[in-house]
Design a protein around this ligand. Structure first.
Ligand code: AMP
Length: 214
């Protein structure tokens, strides 16, 4: 089964993906996480992502599609994937559909999380991320331990992502509205979209997603 978690940055896609991974035993594929790992490795590809990501702009389709094609060819993706942060343009969606079709698969469901923009800004500017293991905190709703060390892996690298500052968040939201929202219409034509309220607690949103799958 192939699922897409859809919504603006800060809608809770990464958080809710964890629940879907457990429930369906499928890997989470986050293009944002893959790109951050590439940048951290210092690879040439990572350097090409750099300028776009720090400005809050979308990385060009051909680079993203190449990265994703390699990932979904991996053995652990053979039964399906939970896509998080991909596809972000109609061209990416069309490329994904074509890649899956080659394997006799299709996007089974798009779970779209709806969250008002001011709530997004509050969620993302307060977000702190462990650079070592990816664990996510929020300065008010789920503060990192006072020791400054990650509760999950013990690393002292719990920081604000450079693209989580307010001006970048607003830029990313503008990209979402102009380039990513049309992806929803693409999948609505296929009759696979479930649009859900993404506000409230993590557990409330998880319950709404659970109800989609019965
Ligand atoms: P995320 O962690 O999903 O919020 O992504 C962080 C940044 O990575 C985005 O603001 C983009 O610069 C880049 N990015 C991640 N996924 C994609 C994608 N599917 N298409 C284009 N750019 C992406």
């Amino acid at each position: 089964m192939d699922l897409i978690l859809f919504g603006p940055a800060g809608a809770g896609k990464g958080t809710q993906a964890k629940f879907l991974v457990e429930r369906f035993g499928l890997p989470q594929v986050s293009t944002g996480d893959m790109m951050r790992a590439e940048r951290k490795s210092g690879s040439e590809l990572g350097q090409r992502f750099d300028g776009y990501m720090t400005k809050g702009l979308l990385v060009p389709d051909e680079l993203v599609i190449e990265l994703l094609a390699r990932r979904i060819a991996a053995p652990d993706a053979a039964q399906g994937v939970i896509f998080d942060g991909f596809p972000r343009t109609v061209a990416q969606a069309a490329a994904l559909d074509a890649m899956l079709a080659k394997a006799g698969r299709r996007v089974d469901r798009v779970v779209a999380l709806d969250v008002p923009v001011e709530m997004i800004v509050d969620r993302i500017t307060g977000r702190r991320t462990c650079q070592a293991c990816g664990h996510i905190y929020h300065v008010r709703y789920n503060p990192p331990p006072a020791t400054g060390r990650c509760a999950s892996c013990g690393s002292d690298q719990v920081v604000q992502r450079d693209d989580d500052r307010e001006d970048k968040v607003r830029q990313r939201n503008a990209e979402y509205l102009s380039s990513t929202v049309p992806v929803l219409a693409h999948y609505e034509k296929q009759g696979v979209v479930s649009q859900l309220d993404g506000t409230g607690t993590v557990e409330e949103v998880t319950r709404r997603i659970s109800a989609v799958f019965g």
